[in-house]
Design a protein around this ligand. Structure first.
Ligand SMILES: N[C@H](CCC[C@H](N)C(=O)O)C(=O)O
Length: 249
């Protein structure tokens, strides 16, 4: 089976397509292992869908499934278009709902599911946190000192709230820096799309930024976020690192 390895702003994925949806949790753990496998933050498998261009199965590197993945959706759209599985402007089904995506060269925009504020009253570690849903759950706090990301504290909050954990800082020019501890990877990743979306949305709701912002994850790449009629648009470059034949199914 041909598999592809992609990086979307540093968040990296193994992808392939299949006619059959099956439990691939064990395969995800095997392929995503950075010592004995290909190495990735997640596995994405595209399968046929009667109404949309395709449906996907998304697995974190620990084999857990997740309803949505912002960076994965951008890599997946590029993979689908490059392999003739979908037009440049496509829709596909995730457990979070239908995602629209548009491919322009290596620049891909995903339209995420409508963001929800689940809680805005959490206090932990002397910080005020919001819990938001941008396809998956995210805790968000603002902290000017981005070096102040305590991964031990983040891990505890991740399990207490079963959510990804983000710290963000709004720059004077309205751009946002974000660091994310990712559920299911159980570590900080170089980028987390739904996490950047959650940080952007809180900053927008608190009038710290307007309806558009550049967001910089740990990888330092530039992502373009927007809020259009209640939908968060998420745009940035993706890179196909390599493709190869592997005995997977
Ligand atoms: N680890 C997340 C899913 C992937 C999210 C992230 N990679 C993104 O780009 O949105 C979770 O289990 O909630």
């Amino acid at each position: 089976m041909m598999i592809a390895k992609y990086s979307a702003s540093g968040n990296d994925f193994v992808l392939f397509h299949s006619f059959i949806a099956r439990d691939r949790s064990e395969l995800a753990r095997t392929l995503c292992d950075r010592q004995s496998g290909v190495g990735a933050d997640g596995l994405i498998v595209l399968v046929p869908h009667a109404e949309h261009d395709f449906e996907w199965q998304f697995y974190n590197s620990d084999g857990s499934t997740a309803e949505m993945c912002g960076n994965g959706s951008r890599a997946c759209a590029h993979y689908a278009y490059s392999n003739g599985l979908a037009p440049a402007n496509m829709t596909f089904l995730t457990e979070a709902g239908v995602i629209g995506a548009e491919v322009e060269g290596d620049m891909v925009q995903s339209d995420l599911t409508p963001p929800k504020i689940l809680r805005d009253d959490i206090v932990a570690g002397g910080k005020k946190w919001w819990l938001l849903d941008t396809g998956v759950p995210h805790l968000v706090t603002f902290d000017a000192d981005m070096d102040n990301f305590d991964l031990v504290e983040a891990r505890a909050l991740r399990f207490e709230h079963n959510a990804n954990v983000n710290i963000a800082s709004v720059n004077s020019d309205g751009s946002i820096r974000v660091r994310t501890y990712e559920r299911g990877v159980e570590d900080e990743t170089l980028a987390c799309g739904t996490g950047m979306a959650a940080c952007f949305y809180r900053a927008n709701r608190e009038e710290l930024v307007g309806d558009k912002a550049e967001v910089y994850p740990k990888s330092g790449e530039t992502l373009y976020l927007g809020l259009e009629e209640g939908t968060i648009t998420f745009k940035g470059l993706v890179k196909k690192t390599f493709e190869t034949v592997l005995d997977v199914k």
